[in-house]
Design a protein around this ligand. Structure first.
Ligand code: ZN
Length: 248
C-alpha cells in the first residue's frame, strides 16, 4: 500500500505516453525536478485537462510509482493562462521553462528556483511586451546565480583591479575582466555592467516595470545567453529560438 502525498509544482514540460497518458516534468516548490504520469490526460473528459499545461502551477496529489510518480489529483493555483494566448509571452515563457528543465537536476534541490520561476512567469504574463526581453535576461542572470554561477561584477575576476576603464566579460570565469586581462573576452560596456548589477539586486516586479535603455537590454541579453549556453551542458532550443527573433 503506497501513500499519496501533496506537492505544489510548476509544469515545465509534457511528453506523450501511450494512447492517452502524459508524462509531466515538474519543478516542485522545494526546487526539485519530479516526473509524474497523468493518466488519461489526453482524453477530452480528463479531470486534468487544462490544469497541468506548461507554465501552470498546481497543488497535486502524487502516489509513488516504480519509476514515475502518479498524479491522483490536481487543483489549479495559477494557470498563467495569459502566457499561452500571446505569441511573444509564450516564446519568452518557453525560455524560462526550458532553462529550468535543464538546470534543476533530479534530486538536487535549489528551493529559490521555484519562487523565481513563479515571479518571472507572472511578470512575463502581465508586463508590457517591450519589457519581456529584460525580464528574460534578469531570469537567466538570477537563475545562474542560484545555480552557483553568480557573475562577479565589482572588480576584475582575474587580477582584482577595479576594471574601471573598459572591460570584458569572461564566460568561463563568470565575471568582469579589465583590459589587461581581457584578451578575447566579449566586451562589456559600463552601462551594461551597471544594468547587470541592478538586475541582480532588483525584484522581478521592479525589472519588468522599469523603463530601461534598449541598447543595454540587448547587450545584457546577448551576454547572458552566451553565459548560460557556455555553462549548461544541454542544448537550449527555446533560448536559441527566442534569441534568433522568435519573440520581442
Ligand atoms: Zn585584470
Amino acid at each position: 500500500m503506497t501513500t499519496s502525498y501533496a506537492l505544489r509544482a510548476l509544469t515545465l514540460r509534457k511528453t506523450k505516453l501511450g494512447e492517452a497518458d502524459i508524462i509531466l516534468t515538474l519543478l516542485s516548490d522545494d526546487g526539485r525536478i519530479v516526473r509524474a504520469v497523468a493518466k488519461g490526460m489526453r482524453k477530452p473528459t480528463s479531470r486534468f485537462a487544462g490544469r497541468l499545461e506548461p507554465a501552470s502551477v498546481a497543488d497535486l496529489m502524487l502516489a509513488p510509482g516504480r519509476t514515475l510518480e502518479i498524479v491522483s489529483d490536481a487543483r489549479s493555483v495559477d494557470l498563467h493562462a495569459g502566457l499561452r494566448t500571446d505569441y511573444d509571452r509564450s516564446t519568452a515563457a518557453s525560455v524560462v521553462l526550458d532553462v529550468l528543465d535543464k538546470m534543476a537536476v533530479e534530486g538536487q534541490a535549489e528551493e529559490r528556483l521555484f519562487g523565481l520561476a513563479c515571479a518571472t512567469l507572472s511578470a512575463l504574463e502581465h508586463a508590457p511586451i517591450e519589457h519581456l526581453r529584460v525580464t528574460v535576461t534578469a531570469f537567466l542572470l538570477k537563475a545562474m546565480a542560484m545555480h552557483g554561477y553568480r557573475p562577479h561584477l565589482d572588480s576584475c575576476v582575474s587580477c582584482a583591479c577595479a576594471a574601471e576603464s573598459g572591460a570584458g566579460f569572461s564566460l568561463e570565469a563568470g565575471g568582469v575582466l579589465c583590459p589587461a586581462c581581457g584578451g578575447a573576452a566579449p566586451p562589456l560596456s559600463g552601462g551594461s555592467r551597471d544594468m547587470l548589477s541592478w538586475l541582480l539586486a532588483s525584484t522581478m516586479d521592479a525589472v519588468s516595470s522599469a523603463e530601461l535603455p534598449a541598447r543595454e537590454v540587448g547587450e545584457t541579453f546577448s551576454l547572458m545567453r552566451q553565459f548560460v549556453t557556455y555553462h549548461l551542458p544541454a542544448r537550449l532550443k527555446a533560448l536559441e529560438f527566442y534569441a534568433n527573433g522568435g519573440g520581442s
